[in-house]
Write a protein that binds this ligand. Structure first.
Ligand code: NI
Ligand code: MN
Length: 225
């Protein structure tokens, strides 16, 4: 049974029987984060796109752990040029790693590194560990293909951005939950900045109204799924 720990913003540590990964580890730049990058022991760093609030401390964590950066091709190359071991992928592709299976999904958003380097298309991740499926859509708008993702994959947990302005807001994320119909829905990408200061409790209540299980996971809190 994999364990997910919310590290704040869009960052999650996922620990399974065959290894651990961190997704979008924005820690030292996030005043709400309670975990330091050097505290993480992981086999891979999964990055959805190059924006500073997602690539975060990813390069440092990858180097500290000799961990693989798994990211869309252009972003993986950007990380390789900065000394990380990488496994480039692209949207629609899946690969079996020792720690689990990763498939890249579409995301409607942008992607450049903090220094302005263009880092290709952003992505989401379907991550299968211990036969459980986690869907992390990255930063994205609502899109109807989420129905296809949900129909083709029995998702155990979906973490969804709800903060509005840069991504889906609450009502669009509730519709996303409906299309994905996962066993558990967890909100992310809210409150970190003033412009995304929305109430996760409102989201959770609206998802539950759709007959789906949802809960707020606090920063530093862990959930098994
Ligand atoms: Ni972004
Ligand atoms: Mn973001």
């Amino acid at each position: 049974m994999p364990k997910l720990t919310y590290l704040g913003h869009s960052a999650f540590l996922i620990e399974g029987n065959a290894g651990s990964v961190v997704i979008d580890p924005f820690l030292s730049g996030n005043p709400l984060a309670v975990t330091k990058p050097e505290e993480l022991a992981v086999d891979a760093v999964l990055l959805t796109h190059g924006h500073g609030d997602h690539i975060g401390d990813g390069l440092e964590i990858a180097k500290n752990n000799s961990a693989l950066v798994v990211a869309p091709f252009e972003l993986a190359n950007y990380c390789a040029e900065r000394g990380a071991q990488v496994h480039p992928m692209h949207i629609g592709g899946a690969h079996n790693f020792p720690f689990g299976r990763v498939k890249l999904t579409i995301a409607h958003h942008g992607s450049c590194a903090p220094d302005g380097t263009y880092t290709g298309n952003p992505c989401g991740f379907l991550l299968t560990m211990d036969d459980k499926i986690l869907y992390h859509p990255g930063d994205t708008a609502l899109f109807y293909d989420m129905k296809l993702i949900g129909d083709m994959n029995p998702i155990d947990v979906a973490v969804l951005p709800i903060g509005d302005n840069f991504t889906m807001g609450i009502d669009d994320a509730v519709k996303a939950a409906e299309l994905l119909h996962p066993k558990l829905v967890i909100p992310m990408h809210y409150k970190t900045f003033e412009v995304i200061d929305v109430e996760p409790g409102e989201f959770v209540a609206k998802v539950r109204d759709q007959g789906l299980e949802s809960r707020v996971v606090g920063i530093g809190e862990a959930v098994e799924y």
